[in-house]
Design a protein around this ligand. Sequence first.
Ligand SMILES: *Cc1c(COP(=O)(O)O)cnc(C)c1O
Length: 465
Amino acid sequence: MSAITNHMPTAELQALDAAHHMHPFTNGDELNAKGARVITRAKGVTLTDSEGNQILDAMAGLWCVNIGYGREELAEVAARQMRELPYYNTFFQTTHVPAIALANKLAELAPGDLNHVFFAGSGSEANDTNIRMVRTYWAMKGKPTKSVIISRKNAYHGSSVGSGSLGGMTYMHAQGGMPIPDIHHINQPHWYAEGGDMTPEEFGLARARELEEAILELGEDRVAAFIAEPVQGAGGVIIPPETYWPEIQRICDKYEILLIADEVICGFGRTGTWFGSITMGLRPDIMTIAKGLSSGYQPIGGSIVSDEVAAVIGSGEFNHGYTYSGHPVAAAVALENLRILEEERVVDHVRDVAAPHLKAKWEALSDHPLVGEARIIGLMGSLALTPHKDSRAKFASDAGTVGLICRERCFANNLVMRHVGDRMIISPPLVITPEEIDTLIARATKALDECHAELKERDLLKAAS
Ligand SMILES: *Cc1c(COP(=O)(O)O)cnc(C)c1O
């Protein structure tokens, strides 16, 4: 076969893709019938596809390209590291400079006494590490019955068997024999969809207290840890009511339950501080990191662990690790990414410039006839689409029908905005400028107008009864 390149006609690339490439979270037959969009290059916040369209990527890839596309420094560091030491492991009493340097940098950036890093290749792997680590922690402390991990419905913690079990996506559990034993899911703090007549504050407290109820029901001697995203990402950018996190922290403290903050999306500036745990005032024992750690330029994740947990785990042999734990090229690229975030004050840019500019315009979208609520924290936002604003009604159509129509209208207007059911979500690169935010909002508004018109035309503006 001749080389497959960017210069081939789109239809040929699509045919080759359909013939041999299986896509994640995709109905293969449906995709192959219409052909995948081929992305050929990217710079800053802008993707280019094989037809020459210039698309504003308001999802930063998959919540990860925080530094923006096309940073030469990261390519240079990767090339240099590959020439010097492309690979070595850290299993058998060896180490290397990129892993040492990155672990030290992460210990410096992470809050509190989170000073120790176990590396993985992704967020899923890191959460699998966390499952084994918290259970091993309690076993080493002489409490092997403490093995249950409490998580939440509609949480996302990855797609491996372990991390997918931690997650609360029922459509994932329906395939492949998940969840594994001793994972317990409580309800999520999603006021808009589930809050009924309660105020958000009442609802936040009620949902947090489900953690206490679960601990009492399961027995304190059975529960190892609670895991949650500071702000749920893939579940639809769900920002909990203000009462939620303080109550969760109180309960974890009271019952000595380890708190795992899954910072895979919130970490490294997304919410306007270095970690979502800082924004939410949490004191986790373990933080899961990935995505923004390398801005997606290399696959890398990890668990940042407290002094106490590291001391206990370190007192014996932890029979766990990945060939690519602390991979030198990935670690070197992550370190360079963190250098740029710090030196260019990207987190300050989010907090002081980009987030305030986006917040004002994003929240104004709640005036649109299709939008029931527009929420945003830092640079992650969501729009709840509704046929009837006042009652927070759902559409009569299957969940996701309207969201998909809206996403297609966004794509047609050169904007990547994702849908989760009938919620639209954004998570743009952290380096986005006010001018680019204005473009994002203009395209989103046009897409919403076109979506609204299409729903009217197709008689899809009806509310579920
Ligand atoms: C994406 C994500 C993961 C999984 O990370 P992968 O690198 O895809 O394995 C875990 N937790 C959260 C919160 C995520 O958003």
